[in-house]
Write a protein that binds this ligand. Structure first.
Ligand code: SF4
Ligand code: SF4
Length: 470
């Protein structure tokens, strides 16, 4: 039975409710009066329910689809302006006891090289990442209680925060590790992580159990209830996502929104971020065996309708997607992208993707190239991590974000962190593009006090000072 506030996964993601929603959306997708009334509500820019959003997702009317895309662009602009936050994944270890059939790190893949970085190797990786200009990382690790226990993850987080190389610093470590206990989430919180990220992979229980035949991840309820435990352990921000292509995309989409509604109803805080990865080719993985692949047009619609349904959430796209696709998705709702990513263990220090990659990267540009590309498209690349250090997390962050006040923090912070990047890491070409953009962006600041402060801080950055924030 569907129960939004239940702590039981099969009640807050009730299969019956998902199927009823799909049935409702299917029978109303051509009913333009219902579609119009949903769009009218959506124009208030306060979000939609999973039922309403599903109708928009399935509506194939050309004119209405254009309205959906244009509204998602408007919402993106209103909540996020032209800022795009940059981050990089850091793979600590690919030892894993699980049997996920779509991931090359699955336990029975015997020919992939297994690696676990020592603290010294992590230090080298972090220096390489700092030398690229990164300030925000997402650490990734397989699940293996012997090789990657929580103590290893905690020690690695400490190491990452401790590396101060030249002007570099990692100021926010987001953590993507397997579902764990409340006690371990508490330890992660105490280690000062940013967002705890866990992808559901698929919300369909039967499919989930089939695709995770072995290992602790086989337990659907334990995995699906992880965000509840994370919140109970004191984690302020959680990042959700599904791996599109594992099951029917409508089922995943509806469930993802139901999951967000559940967190908001029970803890007063919805997802800080939503990631939208699509299944990719990798070692020992034959993507042709996955029949639910999502085409580019459908994928764009998914991103646009998530943006409309949950306007406040950050949306992340990785280098699984190619440059052209990333460009379109940025307009429709994406607010964070990875740049210069390596998806293998130890890939940055050696500057190569080895055969231990988790998935095939489709955007191989350097961070400098991505930053320059963003600016040429009139985006403002941001290396900001200010909220975390200023206590603007969890429900406090959501309140400011929903009131659309976050812009007053994000915009000046984006300008200042971009200036730091240009001073310390950018190529001449990127510097030239960036300096012009910064002047433009300072001129856009309406509040004279903030403008003055940003201008002064920019001079201080030129003189070698770092880490200014609002
Ligand atoms: Fe292990 Fe995660 Fe890969 Fe599954 S998806 S095999 S848990 S690393
Ligand atoms: Fe993110 Fe906060 Fe910085 Fe805005 S001010 S970019 S919300 S960390």
């Amino acid at each position: 039975m569907y129960n939004l506030k239940s702590e039981n996964a099969e009640e807050f993601i009730s299969n019956e409710e998902v199927l009823k929603t799909i049935e409702y959306a299917t029978s109303n997708k051509t009913n333009l009066s219902i579609v119009n009334s949903i769009l009218e509500k959506a124009r208030e820019k306060k979000g939609l329910t999973h039922k309403e959003a599903a109708v928009l997702l399935l509506c194939q009317d050309k004119e209405k689809t254009e309205e959906i895309f244009s509204l998602s662009r408007e919402i993106k602009e209103e909540y996020y302006g032209n800022r795009i936050v940059l981050f990089a994944p850091l793979y600590l270890s690919n030892y894993c006891v699980n049997g996920c059939t779509y991931c090359p790190y699955h336990a029975i893949n015997k020919h992939i090289p297994r690696k676990k970085m020592t603290q010294e190797e992590i230090r080298n990786e972090v220096i390489a990442l700092q030398d690229m200009g990164h300030k925000r990382l997402a650490i990734e690790s397989g699940e293996d209680p012997v090789n990657n226990p929580i103590e290893y993850i905690l020690e690695s987080i400490d190491t990452i925060y401790s590396v101060k190389h030249k002007n570099g610093a990692i100021r926010r470590v987001n953590v993507n590790i397997a579902a764990t206990t409340i006690e371990n989430y508490r330890k992660l919180h105490e280690a000062k992580i940013g967002t705890y990220i866990l992808f559901q992979e698929t919300y369909n229980k039967q499919t989930y159990e089939r695709l995770h035949p072995t290992g602790p991840k086989h337990n659907y309820n334990y995995h699906t209830e992880a965000m509840d435990r994370a919140m109970q352990g004191g984690i302020d921000d959680v990042g959700m996502g599904v791996l599109f292509g594992l099951d029917n995309y409508v089922y995943e989409f509806v469930s993802l929104l139901m999951h967000a509604e559940h967190l908001e109803a029970l803890y007063g805080v919805g997802p800080h971020t939503i990631s939208v990865p699509r299944i990719r080719r990798a070692d020992d993985i034959d993507v042709t065996t996955f029949k639910n692949a999502v085409d580019d047009e459908t994928f764009k619609k998914i991103v646009a309708v998530i943006r409309i349904a949950i306007p406040y959430t950050g949306m992340i796209i990785s280098t699984r997607e190619n440059k052209e696709c990333r460009k379109e998705l940025l307009e429709l709702g994406i607010s964070q992208i990875s740049g210069g990513s390596k998806t293998s263990v130890g890939g940055y220090y050696k500057d190569e993707e080895e055969d231990s990659s988790q998935f095939e990267v489709n955007d191989n540009r350097t961070l400098d190239e991505v930053v320059n590309w963003l600016m040429e498209l009139n985006y403002l690349p941001s290396f900001c991590t200010a909220c975390y250090g200023s206590g603007r997390v969890g429900d406090r962050f959501m309140e400011i974000c929903k009131d659309r006040q976050i812009h007053y923090f994000c915009h000046p912070n984006a300008i200042m962190t971009l200036k730091e990047y240009l001073q310390d890491y950018a190529s001449e070409k990127t510097k030239n593009t960036g300096e012009k953009l910064i002047l433009n962006e300072i001129n856009k600041i309406e509040d004279e006090n903030i403008k003055l402060k940003v201008t002064n801080n920019i001079s201080k950055i030129i003189n070698g000072e770092r880490n200014f924030k609002f």
